[in-house]
Design a protein around this ligand. Structure first.
Ligand code: ADP
Ligand code: ZN
Ligand code: ZN
Length: 744
């Protein structure tokens, strides 16, 4: 017997199968989906690979498979094959998503760990590391192995790395010294739910709307029927209660459930609601903040059918659960469901595939559905269920929009309008809490010479540097490059260097000046570190009753703060000015969600939105909390300009150290696609430099295609990738992304 094996490597040229002989003694054990060790390359090196088909004989002279490690299911291999085509990546990259974390741990014993452990993260991107491997800067096989391992197991401990890669602490330290990885201290709890003690809750009596939603979905669970639902309901309308009761139903008839939530909302409070209904034994939690040991254990509990409910972020969709009765994707509009690294998959598409296979319903829930989802619901492809009222009868907050142009005209040059200032002052007096939202971190956003217009840009990335006051440094938000502050213009030597724009640091400082008595806490990427999680900051805000929380979009999701009665949006325009066809949608979503943080319980909430564009419809609709009005306006624009849902956006991204080569590569691809893709069905935009045209010294170009990503188009694009690689653009990397979150 012969096995066709793909090798677990990301190099494009290895995206094919190799034949291996199956020794007699392994024959009874092997199957499609087996992970195997095989001799590969020079010398006696063994590589990990995956069996993707079996056959009688081969025309080649082949080596023996050495060892079988464990097995995926045939279904998982089929799904991986589909993904590799759909998302233009190597089959092995897709199979990797489905493997148990740290599956080399043969004896399955737990490594008991201290409360404080050292965990390891990559400091460079996988692309950069691959590049250094390609050019021979990283030669040692052990170093490569460790980097590969950390890539798929960020947050691994050094002992874990030693067990799983046979590398040593010394090599890890060398990699740290060379700037590839960073080692960070972290507190861990081995089982995230171990110390939990939550009161049991029972089903609430559903409201009429909830009951209708529940009954419709329940019927499909009972009848083993695949169907997609959109559960559209304002925050607080009781979507989670409906999920809980549906999951209960699924368990009662012997089935399992998957619940996906955005990574950032996987908070203890959110988990408590599930635990209090089902108990912690039934629930497996999967997300990237767990150690590999924890993830490994959770995976086992799923495989052994001890845990029948999976709650997790995007990648939990690949967990090895069988007999699924329902899949739920909460906050379905959230961008975190789309992977932006290889494989660049959309978890909503994967969930649909898996639900179809399991003959079960897929429920998408949101207060501000993705425009594409809502359109599909209107088209009848997805069944729409609506919860129009808040379940506990708390009122929606009162929203005021302030025109900052008028404030300026009236001589107010402060970051706070009179209205927001008064509201904060009043809230402080009443001992109520306030959240201020500003979607820009740092102190000021760009630095310009008033004399000659010179702006300070990152020398690697060609984008503006941001001033960070705490360290008194200029920082590049793309590559992390830092520079000392400038006081004299390097161009014209004038001293009229000025700082423009406002970030969260400056806002916090201004608040301290205006309200010296107020306590504040800030939450953005600079204060949320791997050690100091966003959850800890939010808990501190809540438990220590801090007056004002200042933050970027991280503050938008997840938590209930009963004492927050005022939310201020300091600059609503920042998301309107992004170079993206979804600028309006993002603005509406974010404003609606921020507004939802105010007054969730008995206290009435107040929201103040400051903007220079008070007439923009996404701001008006957010003020009215009117999704339908927003949808009706936006969908017309999408149709006129031919954007999703009326087509797919296919982004072909190029990056290269060589400017000549990237030009040549983009031209070749453009010409190829112009010839092959039907002109009536596809608009192919000419190759252009990306909006950020250089990152870390690599030139960046892109080709954008509008059209429907049909099977035919998929084949043409896959061929194009192959032929381009065969045409040997050695120093240029190409990637294809369908409907990416970010066009820059
Ligand atoms: P959503 O998930 O839509 O934001 P939740 O399920 O969190 O809404 O419900 C909001 C609040 O309303 C919660 O405190 C919840 O316990 C309560 N709630 C939900 N459904 C009911 C119901 N049928 N009767 C009474 N209270 C309910
Ligand atoms: Zn100057
Ligand atoms: Zn940079």
């Amino acid at each position: 017997m012969i096995a066709e094996v793909v090798i677990n490597r990301s190099a494009k040229r290895l995206n094919r199968t190799f034949d291996y002989n199956i020794p007699k003694k392994l024959e009874p054990l092997i199957m499609v989906g087996s992970t195997v060790l095989v001799p590969f390359g020079k010398g006696t090196n063994l590589a990990q690979g995956y069996v993707i088909s079996l056959k009688e004989n081969t025309e080649y002279e082949v080596k023996d498979i050495v060892e079988i490690k464990h097995n995926l299911s045939q279904n998982q291999i089929e799904l991986a094959k589909w993904m590799a085509k759909r998302y233009f990546c190597n089959l092995s990259d897709c199979i990797k998503q489905m493997l148990q974390p740290g599956t080399k741990n043969k004896n399955e014993q737990k490594n008991v760990q201290d409360k404080i452990i050292n965990v390891v993260y990559l400091k460079k991107t996988p692309d950069e590391i691959q590049f250094d491997i390609d050019i021979g800067k990283i030669k040692s096989e052990k170093q490569k192995k460790i980097l590969q391992f950390i890539e798929s197991n960020e947050g691994a401990t050094i002992p874990e790395i030693e067990i799983f890669t046979t590398g040593t602490r010394g090599i890890v330290k060398t990699l740290e010294k060379n700037g590839y990885i960073e080692i960070i201290e972290k507190k861990i709890e081995r089982n995230p739910l171990a110390n939990k003690c939550v009161n049991k809750t029972n089903n609430l009596k559903l409201t009429e709307e909830q009951q209708i939603a529940y009954d419709s979905i329940k019927q499909d669970i009972e009848e083993n029927k695949f169907e997609r639902f959109l559960l559209y309901g304002v925050t607080g309308s009781g979507k989670t209660e409906v999920y809980l009761q549906l999951i209960k139903k699924a368990l009662e008839i012997g089935k399992t459930a998957i619940v996906l939530v955005p990574e950032i909302s996987l908070t203890p409070q959110m988990l408590d609601r599930f635990i209090s209904r089902f108990g912690k034994e039934e629930i497996a939690v999967l997300h990237s903040k767990l150690s590999i040991g924890e993830r490994y254990d959770e995976w086992n509990r799923i495989k052994e059918k001890k845990a029948r409910i999976i709650i997790g972020a995007r990648s939990a969709i690949f967990a090895p659960i069988e007999n699924i009765g329902i899949i739920i994707i909460d906050e379905e509009h959230d961008t975190s469901y789309k992977s932006e690294s290889i494989p660049k998959y959309d978890a909503k598409e994967i969930a649909k595939k898996i639900a179809q296979e399991n003959n079960c319903p897929l429920v998408l829930g949101s207060a501000t559905p993705d425009l594409v989802t809502y359109y599909n619901a209107k088209q009848g492809k997805i069944r729409l269920l609506e919860l129009s009222k808040r379940a506990n009868n708390s009122k929606l907050p009162n929203v005021e929009v302030v025109d900052m142009k008028m404030e300026l005209a009236n001589g107010n040059r402060s970051m706070l309008s009179v209205s927001l200032y008064n509201a904060i002052e009043n809230n402080l007096k009443q001992k109520k809490q306030t959240i201020l939202f500003l979607n820009r971190r740092g102190y000021s956003t760009f630095i310009m010479c008033r004399e000659c217009g010179y702006t300070v840009k990152c020398k690697n990335c060609n984008i503006s540097m941001t001033y960070h006051r705490a360290e008194n440094k200029l920082k590049c938000h793309y590559c992390g490059y830092e520079e000392n502050v400038v006081t004299i213009c390097p161009n014209c030597h004038s001293t009229k260097i000025r700082y423009f724009g406002t970030g969260t640091q400056k806002l916090e400082q201004e608040i301290h000046k205006l309200f010296p008595q107020a306590s504040t806490i800030r939450m953005d990427i600079d204060t949320v570190t791997k050690k100091n999680s966003h959850e800890e900051i939010l808990n501190k805000f809540k438990n220590e009753n801090i007056d004002i929380l200042i933050g970027t979009q991280m503050v938008v999701k997840g938590h209930h703060f009963p004492n927050v009665t005022l939310v201020g949006v300091v600059a609503a325009d920042s998301s309107l000015n992004i170079d993206d066809y979804r600028a309006n949608e993002r603005t509406f979503q974010i404003l609606t969600q921020v507004a939802g943080r105010a007054g969730r319980e008995q206290l009435e909430g107040q929201v103040i939105i400051q903007t220079y564009n008070p007439d923009n419809f996404s701001i008006i609709c957010a003020k009215e909390q009117n999704y339908n009005m927003f949808y009706d306006t936006e969908i017309v624009l999408r149709k006129q300009l031919n954007y999703p849902p009326f087509c797919d956006i296919i982004l072909i991204g190029f990056n290269s150290l060589s400017e000549n080569e990237i030009l040549e590569a983009t031209k070749t691809v453009y010409k190829y696609l112009k010839e092959k893709l039907n002109e009536q069905e596809f608009t192919i935009l000419k190759p252009m430099p990306s909006p950020i045209d250089r990152i870390q010294n690599r030139y960046r170009w892109r080709i954008i295609i509008k059209g429907n990503m049909t099977n035919e188009a998929n084949i043409i694009l896959n061929n194009c990738l192959k032929e381009i690689y065969e045409a040997n653009f050695k120093n240029t990397r190409i990637s294809i992304d369908i409907n990416p979150n970010n066009l820059s």
